[in-house]
Design a protein around this ligand. Structure first.
Ligand code: MGD
Ligand code: MGD
Ligand code: SF4
Ligand code: MO
Length: 876
């Protein structure tokens, strides 16, 4: 008898805030869920590669205390005792949780209840402070609550989509693809990108505004003034539902075009498009939020939508794009130190009392807790005696990151729950607790359009790992609160939370999912994607604010007078502005995407984008190394000369850690400057100095072994057969074979060496029998050779000297750096195909397969097609 293959599990992608539905097979097969409203079957490169990240290598599989393996009882008793002791001796504000928008709603809910209602402090903050806090603060100032009014379909039905500080093509690829498809179907749909930098996203734009850094508020102030000038104010909407119009306009009218960094023609083109199009969506992301004036930028944008009444109707409205899979859910359950669950306010005694009553809790935090940056300051100065970090890696992601590492070590007792054994933060803590990861745990997440989706389990828990909510609840019980934390399933947690949300309407708040409070276990299991609100009675989902109905006490919204910063922040001695962000195929601190060889192949090392003029002035050549420093710290990175960035500004990705690089952890350099309203770090604008790194030699290595970063410059990436490394040193070694073996992590095998002392080059191959197990290339200048070819030779049968030739033979053309991660298609193959006549993305796909699976590389394919003839012209 044949057995049917088990049907795949319907779940949700654990990466970005688009929140795509995934069909996951127990065999690790991954496909997009055609029935999920966020993605309708599509997945991007990261989502498609999820199967490659599920292996157990590197996983934390048992609790550890001080580096030794411990049992759960011992570890959790210790956590409970130490938190209890700290509270008894130093009061509730001596303890803290630092949590994450990657926790599931159920995890988040239990952590928040334990800290705010039982330990009695609001010292629970989340990495969403680094991500969404300015949007939250801006929403609350304007709407009275943290509401995202719109829906994804608005991008498709709009006539103008303005992307502000968003690299949607790389960071929210599936939503970008939806926008791109809509534009293709309806070319009258126009796209504007506002970003100082040219990106894969700006390739789609009809207009790219390369504004002065932090020039956003000035642009939207000028827009508000223009709206008034043209008589486009929606008088009725404003009269009925908006306060503050006159003051906001009067301040906006003070703004000068020069404050934007744009020419009058560029600015006018934008004003004309916005003013002449009713259906406008303005999407904003980290270029807006991560700024010392982030909250003001948000309100400058909201002002324009409020003045015109272009909000909450199909195809129009402001849209704050969330980053993490459950950034939105965290905001709903009160993950931020200044919020209570269900969008209630910690500073409102009625709200507090009502939540306390529902929780039957012995105590309740009465004032906001410490925000992330302040929280780690309090660790450093000894105020925090016990700290628990969950599902975030602050030694990589917080600003002034070296100080954060030191601060964690100051705290007398520290715990971290993670899925990975060795992380930058894990190296600083006393107790490590193993969590189940994506595929092994179950619960809910909320995406950018307020859609609640289920993450479902399709794999067994590895080792002794347990779900986060279960670990937190266990500690609650061990601290003596047995009944309050007696949860037996995530469904039970969810029901309690949904019931609590009935407080939303009682206090005239937007968040209400009380209609889900009575879900049976099986109904919870089967829950299909659901947009909130879900009231106990009446219709669910939809948009907010089309007819007003805001959440300030008088039911009105508020426009705010915004004064843009006079000039971008500068500092004597640090003349360059450091902007940071993301790359297409990595997720944050790489603990998961770093495992997938095809994702590592897109960008294999940390880099710094610098304008050709600046590079020339600093005497820096492409592919050399540069040390970037601020008063806080330094990092050394590969130079990438490009006019995508403005002069005086450089861009560095945030992903590299001490685990995979010696000097790539850029947040050591970032200043701990925060927005005054939201407390969100200004991660996009640190004044820095640049200095060419005086490398005596550069090297490339590929090995069957797991290499570790050990040289003055080193960056390691996973390959299908082991690892690859970019390295550099100061003093040229005298024994290249020994150097190669040390870098490659190979003490056995036969070495074949080709040295050219006159040119300072060396090439070493290590073989075992006929098999190449290691290759090492060194030169006094950046090593030019086909990386993809060298990597492909590891584990292959090949003559070592032929391998060392490094230049592929005629039978093996060099594919070049990976562009399409799904089918491993390199840039050289693509250029050849373009020269052979494949001059559309579709034609390229037909002959190379590139871009035909997840589609994440399509913007790059488009750019390659555009640049290939341009290169020829430049040579003429
Ligand atoms: N591939 C990938 N995707 C991700 C993530 C990831 O790690 N990798 N992380 C997810 C998370 S948590 C988040 S928060 C989102 C972030 O998504 P995005 O916000 O789209 O990503 P970033 O690259 O951080 O920053 C966006 C852009 O802001 C620009 N910018 C810098 N300064 C300014 C300014 O003053 N004004 C304007 N207008 N723009 C400016 C930068 O040049 C950059 O291109 O991505 C999510 N998606
Ligand atoms: N310079 C600069 N810095 C930035 C940013 C920037 O643009 N520039 N962006 C900021 C933003 S927007 C964000 S969101 C942050 C992100 O920064 P982080 O949150 O620090 O980054 P992640 O790598 O996502 O960390 C998640 C951790 O949780 C672990 N993990 C995964 N699944 C689970 C699970 O189910 N349970 C538990 N307990 N652990 C799990 C992972 O192994 C990893 O260690 O970085 C911020 N920092
Ligand atoms: S766009 Fe990509 S990373 Fe984001 S949820 Fe969808 S598949 Fe995951
Ligand atoms: Mo984020």
């Amino acid at each position: 008898m044949t057995q049917d293959a088990p049907s795949p599990t319907c779940t949700t992608c654990p990466y970005c805030g688009v929140g795509c539905g995934v069909l996951a097979g127990a065999d690790g097969s991954i496909a997009g869920d055609p029935d999920h409203p966020a993605n309708l079957g599509r997945l991007c490169s990261k989502g498609s590669a999820l199967g490659e990240t599920l292996d157990l290598e590197g996983r934390l599989l048992a609790p550890q205390i001080g580096g030794r393996r411990a049992g759960w009882d011992e570890a959790l008793d210790l956590v409970a005792d130490r938190f209890k002791a700290a509270i008894a001796e130093h009061g509730p504000d001596s303890v803290a949780f630092y949590v994450s928008g990657q926790l599931l709603t159920e995890d988040y809910y239990v952590a928040n209840k334990l800290m705010k209602g039982y330990m009695g402090s609001a010292n629970i903050d989340t990495n969403s402070r680094l991500c969404m806090a300015s949007s939250v603060a801006g929403h609350k100032r304007a709407f009275g609550t943290d509401t995202v009014p719109g829906q994804y379909t608005d991008f498709e039905t709009a006539d103008l989509v303005v992307l502000v500080g968003s690299n949607l093509a790389w960071c929210h690829p599936v939503l970008f693809q939806r926008l791109q498809a809509a534009k293709q179907a309806r070319p009258e749909l126009k796209v504007v990108v506002i970003d100082p930098r040219r990106t894969a996203t700006s390739n789609l734009a009809d207009l790219h505004l390369s504004i002065r850094p932090d020039g956003d508020a000035a642009v939207f102030n000028l827009l508000l003034a223009e709206i008034a000038k043209r008589g486009l104010t929606d008088e009725a909407f404003v009269a009925q539902g908006v306060n503050g119009y006159d003051a906001a306009l009067a301040t906006a009218q003070q703004t000068e075009t020069t404050e934007t960094g744009l020419t009058a023609a560029e600015l006018n083109a934008f004003l004309e498009m916005w003013c002449s199009t009713e259906k406008v969506v303005t999407l904003y992301s980290q270029g807006v939020n991560q700024s010392s004036c982030g909250t003001d930028k948000v309100n400058a944008i909201l002002n324009c939508h409020l003045a015109t009444g272009r909000i909450g109707r199909a195809g129009m409205g402001p849209f704050s794009m969330t980053g993490q899979p459950n950034a939105m859910g965290g905001r709903e359950v009160g993950g931020l130190a200044n919020m209570l669950a269900c969008h209630l306010d910690i500073e409102n005694a009625d709200h507090r009392d009502a939540v306390q009553e529902m929780w039957s809790s012995p105590t309740m935090a009465t004032k906001p807790g410490l925000k992330a940056v302040d929280l780690f300051d309090a660790c450093a100065d000894g105020r925090i005696k016990a700290l628990w970090i969950m599902s975030t890696n602050p030694v990589v992601s917080l600003p002034d990151a070296d100080k954060v590492a030191a601060a964690i070590r100051v705290v007398p007792f520290t715990v971290m729950t993670d899925i990975i054994a060795d992380t930058d933060t894990g190296r600083c803590v006393d107790v490590l607790l193993p969590a189940t990861g994506w595929g092994e745990k179950s619960g809910t997440v909320t995406n950018s359009e307020r859609c609640i989706s289920r993450q479902r389990k399709f794999l067994a828990a590895p080792g002794e790992a347990r779900p986060d909510w279960d670990i937190i609840a266990d500690v609650g019980r061990r601290m003596g609160w047995t009944e309050a934390f007696d949860y037996r399933s995530e469904a039970e947690v969810f029901r309690e939370y949904a019931a609590l949300s009935a407080l939303g309407p009682r206090f005239a708040r937007d968040f209400d999912i009380s209609g889900l409070a009575n879900l049976t276990d099986s109904a919870y299991d089967a829950l299909s994607p659901t947009v909130w609100p879900v009231p106990a009675e009446g219709a669910a989902g939809g948009r907010f604010f089309a007819k007003g109905g805001f959440y300030h006490a008088d039911g009105k919204a508020k426009m705010l007078p915004i004064t843009p910063p006079a000039a971008p922040v500068t500092q004597v001695g640090f003349p360059v502005r450091l902007n940071t962000g993301r790359v297409r195929d990595h997720w944050h601190t790489m603990t998961r995407t770093g495992k997938a060889p095809r994702l590592g192949a897109h960008m294999a090392e940390p880099y710094l984008e610098i304008h050709p003029q600046d590079a020339e002035e600093a005497g820096m050549g492409d592919a050399e190394l540069v040390t970037v420093s601020s008063p806080y710290g330094a990092a050394t990175l590969r130079v990438l000369v490009t006019d995508r960035v403005q002069t005086g500004a450089v861009f560095v990705p945030m992903h590299w850690t001490d685990i995979v690089s010696t000097t790539g952890r850029i947040n050591a350099v970032i200043a701990p400057v925060t927005d005054p309203f939201s407390g969100q770090p200004a991660s996009k604008g640190t004044p820095v100095a640049l200095e060419r790194f005086a490398a005596g030699w550069y090297g490339f290595a590929a090995s069957t072994e797991a290499m570790t970063p050990t040289r003055p410059y080193a960056a390691i990436a996973r390959t299908k057969t082991g690892t690859r490394a970019e390295v550099a040193g100061i003093k040229r070694p005298s024994d290249w074979e020994a150097e190669a073996r040390s870098v490659l992590g190979l003490s056995t095998g036969t070495a074949s060496v080709i040295e050219d002392p006159a040119r300072g080059t060396a090439r070493v191959a290590i073989t075992e029998g006929d098999t190449i197990i290691g290759l090492f290339f060194a030169a006094p200048s950046p090593v030019a050779l086909s990386r993809s070819h060298a990597v492909a030779l590891i584990g292959a049968t090949e003559d070592p000297f032929r391998a060392l030739a490094g230049i592929p033979g005629a039978d093996r053309p060099d594919a070049g750096a990976t562009v399409c991660a799904c089918f491993d298609v390199g840039v050289n193959d693509l250029r050849r195909a373009i020269q052979d006549g494949a001059n559309t993305v579709e034609a390229l796909g037909a002959c190379t397969q590139a871009g035909t699976n997840c589609g994440s590389c399509r913007p790059e394919l488009q750019a390659l097609i555009a640049s290939t003839p341009a290169l020829k012209l430049a040579a003429e």
